[in-house]
Design a protein around this ligand. Sequence first.
Ligand code: PLP
Length: 488
Amino acid sequence: MPVARPTAVASHGGLSHLPPLAIDPTVRAAIDQILVQLRRAQASLTGARPADPAKAESYSAWMQRNNELRGRPTMYPYVGAGFGHGLLVELADGSVKWDMLSGIGVHMFGHSDARMVEAALEGALSDLCMQGHLQHNTDVLAVAEILASEAARTSRLRHCFVTNSGCMANENALKICQQKTQSAPRILAFADSFMGRSTTMSQIGDTAAYRQGLVLNTLVDYMPFYDAALAEESTRTTLALLKQTIARYPKQHSCFVMEVVQGEGGFNVASREFLVALMQTCKNASIPVWVDEVQSFGRTENMFAFETLGVGEYVDVATVGKLSQVCACLFTPEFNPGPGLLAGTFSSSTSAYHVGARALEILRTGGYYGPSGRIAKLHQGFRDCAQDLVRRRPEFFPPVLDGAGRTLPSVIGGIGAMLRLTPLGGDKDRLVAFLKILFDEGVIALTCGHGPYHLRFLPPLGVMEVAQFKPVFAILEKALEKALEKTN
Ligand SMILES: Cc1ncc(COP(=O)(O)O)c(C=O)c1O
């Protein structure tokens, strides 16, 4: 099958974003040959399989070496073989797993996708491996243009500054907000947020272990996130606290940073009414509204979750990352910072830009978004399988208590391609032990939430088919049986 070539991102005022060598017919024929071989090899990967006993010794030596170098063990014994087929990834021990996490939301076209391999090869044919802010090619514009034009559909965001991690995009956003508010020292953030691992972001993010031992020199005022069980009362409570905090510290806040859908915090979704009430209050007090979409970007029924939740008009600054491959901070013309504030030696690799541009282009033109798009269908497919499991095996799903001691109305949650299931009462230790069993059985997942804890799936939405939930749930069921056997 021939690979669809990029069209819309291929030119910027007549300039191609492909390096000259990548258009050469002989080189193209060679790339096509590679892709034919790739597809041939992929045909052998059709489902999960156990490790090859002949590789056990060398694999365990690898893991040991890896853990020694890191100074601590990794969560999973994962060393990839460098090959896969969509959701399926082969590890260096010969096992094949269903990857329902995709590098915590990065690889939305899964493993060894021919279109992404093609884009990476094109990037590799460029003159430079890395792109920087002083010296960059048209590749960089391709990604920034897609992000800015998608954002501009429903917001006043017009500018895009690319960078190499979600954390760095957030650092840039904070700098922009601080400069705009003449060094206002405080930050408003949601409880249970996550923002990255720099010293500042670790302080703003609301996980105690992530700031253990750091010098706490960032002033953060936490607001409770939306609580769907309380609905309007939740909005009233958070709004009252926000107003009180603003009155307590007038003109002291550089921004309110919001994950409109919380990732690490538990795949919690805010309501539009809740967000509008808070954002309008910030506007009235001249406090910049910054939306951190590093995890939610691309995963709801629109490319930006702020569009899905209908709050784009309030957004001054937004950050994205993960599935875009390259991360970015977007801002309105009024938030365009002074010269010198944002820079960096390199922003990412040329191949990352090519893969990012290709992925974004496929996502925005490939029928993924909207109420009957692929993401909505995928979400429904997940819910159907999850409901079936909950109905058939209630023993896996004892009542889950939330932080306030109330029973969670449903053990199934999330939005779009952020999928959440809460077995084993949402108990942290039981879930962490279960994740290891699940990994051994052939499915990669993670937790989210801070109590209760949930199973977190960020599947490669770009290639996943609804039918693939079936084998994944069969493994999930088997792993839950094993987890229960262990605790009984
Ligand atoms: C909402 C959010 N913001 C920021 C980050 C940090 O991104 P990175 O790990 O690329 O630095 C993450 C990462 O998971 C995230 O989920």
